[in-house]
Design a protein around this ligand. Structure first.
Ligand SMILES: Nc1nc2c(ncn2[C@@H]2O[C@H](COP(=O)(O)OP(=O)(O)OP(=O)(O)O)[C@@H](O)[C@H]2O)c(=O)[nH]1
Ligand SMILES: [Mg+2]
Length: 212
């Protein structure tokens, strides 16, 4: 008898931990009712699905507006075409720029601030990039601007020591902006090629945290 609750709990946990693109698609699919033609309720369900998959309020509103227009103007009456329209509208939002490569020699120091969801590999990626830059003969300074999560500074320090590159840090709980500033200042005064700045994990749709 306990099984349904466990399943729900597991599903909740899974949803919380792996909000990947597969999750978004699954959630949106779940929200679509097979009732044809496409009803207002189905669009509402789609909106709820997008919000539930952390697409964000602003982006969801603009996607839903476009989808509603297309359902009307193209007489969309099947789930397949609705899914296709959603796919096209989402793809249209991705800037063309995203496909271009980054020229790390275009500035000195070249500063990379690594931002993203908790536990997605920001700090590890900094270590990999630092190692790569070092192997290429570039000088790099790490900035421990994740002053929020417990042991985040020590974690980056461990990588800095392993790779053999310098790191700028302040005390835990201090202003991350000040660490970033000091890291860039250090790179300028030491004539370093680059800065890799670590930050505390945050959701991309928390605009105040992204602005920070
Ligand atoms: N398999 C695999 N694991 C990875 C990769 N990158 C990071 N990890 C692991 O994922 C976990 C989280 O990595 P971190 O680099 O600490 O992630 P983070 O985004 O800095 O995490 P927070 O600082 O807590 O937000 C660690 O256990 C890493 O070893 C990867 O490319 N492949
Ligand atoms: Mg980290």
């Amino acid at each position: 008898m306990a099984e349904p609750t466990e399943k729900t709990l597991f599903q909740k946990l899974k949803r919380g931990l792996f909000m990947t693109h597969t999750e978004i698609i699954e959630k949106v699919k779940e929200s679509l009712t097979p009732d044809l033609p496409i009803s207002k309720a189905a669009i509402d369900g789609l909106e709820e699905g997008l919000l539930g998959a952390d697409v964000g309020a602003e982006l969801t509103a603009s996607l839903i507006e476009r989808i509603e227009q297309r359902v009307k103007s193209e007489n969309i009456s099947s789930m397949d075409r609705l899914t296709q329209a959603l796919r096209e509208e989402t793809r249209a939002l991705i800037p063309k720029r995203a496909a271009q490569t980054i020229d790390v020699n275009s500035a000195k120091p070249f500063v990379i601030v690594v931002v993203g969801v908790n536990g997605t590999g920001k700090t590890t990626t900094i270590a990999k990039l630092a190692s790569r830059w070092k192997n290429e003969g570039k000088t790099v300074i790490l900035g421990a601007a994740d002053t929020f999560r417990a042991a985040a500074i020590e974690q980056l320090q461990m990588w800095a020591d392993r790779v053999g590159v310098p790191m700028i840090k302040h005390k835990a709980g201090s202003d991350p902006g000040a660490v970033a500033h000091d890291t860039v200042t250090a790179a300028k005064s030491r004539n370093s090629d680059g800065d890799l700045i670590d930050t505390a994990g945050r959701l991309h749709n928390k605009s105040h945290l992204m602005q920070e």
